[in-house]
Design a protein. Structure first.
Length: 143
């Protein structure tokens, strides 16, 4: 009986720890510029880590896209290039900005057309396998 009780307590502690990790990231102002049909799209947002340890986003997925990658835009001999990154790390108490010309979520192989005012369902995944669902608002592309 004691063994069962201890097992249940350990399971509850694990669930509480996972819940605490998942609630440590707060994502706001998620948006995606509208793109011509069939073109890749990029996701931008603010990710705040309210937890006491760093969180590394290592993967993502999005409804309506073949796959998603984490990218950074760099200047290489006068040419802007997008390079895949292994992780987006958000230090404890800090906010990471994903914005045009910098870090972003690359939405690849769109399976439908997306228009301003719609939303894309995106899930960020950290190195512990915790998932952070969000909605990215499609906004008109700036001209």
């Amino acid at each position: 009986m004691l063994r069962i009780l201890l097992t249940l307590l350990l399971a509850l502690a694990s669930i509480q720890s996972t819940y605490a990790d998942q609630s440590s990231l707060h994502i706001k102002d998620a948006w995606t510029p509208e793109a011509p049909p069939g073109r890749m799209m990029a996701g931008f947002m603010q990710i705040h880590n309210a937890g006491s340890s760093p969180v590394a986003i290592v993967d993502a997925r999005a409804t309506g896209f073949g796959h998603v990658e984490l990218h950074n835009t760099t200047m290489d001999e006068g040419v802007m290039r997008m390079r895949r990154v292994d992780a987006l790390t958000i230090d404890a108490g800090q906010t990471l900005s994903l914005e045009p010309g910098g870090l972003h979520v690359m939405l690849i192989e769109p399976q439908q057309n997306f228009h301003a005012g719609e939303h894309i369902e995106v899930v960020l995944i950290d190195s512990n396998g915790n998932e952070y669902p969000l909605q990215s608002e499609i906004r008109p592309r700036r001209r």
